[in-house]
Write a protein that binds this ligand. Sequence first.
Ligand SMILES: C[S@@+](CC[C@H](N)C(=O)[O-])C[C@H]1O[C@@H](n2cnc3c(N)ncnc32)[C@H](O)[C@@H]1O
Length: 339
Amino acid sequence: MPFWELTVRASPEVSEGLTNFLWEQGALGLVEEEAPCFPPRLRAFFPETVSSTRLAGAVGDYLASLRALDLAVNGGEPVVTPLLDEAWAEAWRRAFAPLRVGRRLLIIPPWETPTTENGLKILVIEPGRAFGTGTHGSTQGCLVLLEALLDRHPVGYPRGVPTRKRGSRGCALDIGTGTGILAIAAAALGVPRVTALDTDPDAVAAARANAERNGVSERIHCVVSEAGELRETTAPLILANLLAGSHVALAPEYRRLSSPGGHLILGGLLADEAASIEEALAQHGFIFAERTDVDGWASLLFRRQASDVTLARSTTSDEAASSGGFAPASWGEESAGGR
Ligand SMILES: C[S@@+](CC[C@H](N)C(=O)[O-])C[C@H]1O[C@@H](n2cnc3c(N)ncnc32)[C@H](O)[C@@H]1O
């Protein structure tokens, strides 16, 4: 059975909306490719039952409607070409080859056999509708910062807090988890418990399935939720790969949800948006610490001012359990890590 491959270039500003639009048109799979100096290229695969003419027309109309709204589409017209039988599966698989990120993370799709190379942390991620296959610069930047941070500051429960007091709350929050890739990486790198949330129920289902695949489902609590609805107390690590505007809007929530002295990793910023996000987060007590750029996407690490440490000390021991602090020696039975 033949398939159609639709390719179209579109600016980062519109590629998320266009991606959703292509899924709604019946795409079987979708790949976003980045190259320096060019707008990202989206490749979407469709079954032959979809009319190629109607498809190209619908995508052309969608882009025209974005242009009419003065959005910078920066792309050309969509091109639809036929693919024979196995070619689409082959093209799909090639797009998700094993990928090394950071010093020891290896992201593989479920059809690859995990390497036995020592010291690698393997993240098995099914490339589906949810965002976060690891191929995107924003995900990679967050992973690089996360790995380096956890090497310096392992995140765990404070020493002496008994297991029964730890509950199911996360030592880390992954806001906008998508496939769950950042939460799974955090668990694989030793964070005992992660709360992973997303407003999209399909993403939460994908994150649950991926956590299961990686043998860390007991340690990752996946929930459909907005950051603002989260009633956790505080966590020493927050991960959020969203858009610049969302970070500005959520800055008070980051403040509310992070432990004094805790860390915040933000992704999803175009390189020239990073400075304004640093300024916006500084207003909420976050000190900029480090930046990583991948394919034009900036990821930022912040440390929350420790000024209200006194307040944290006066909380009950149960609250203290979730208020964090870095306690490598207390990981004990919960530091199993991933595969
Ligand atoms: C760019 S993807 C990031 C996926 C993954 N964390 C990664 O790093 O590759 C952003 C995700 O955040 C979700 N999202 C957007 N705004 C959100 C909010 N305010 N609260 C929770 N999830 C949100 C979207 O549904 C989407 O799945």
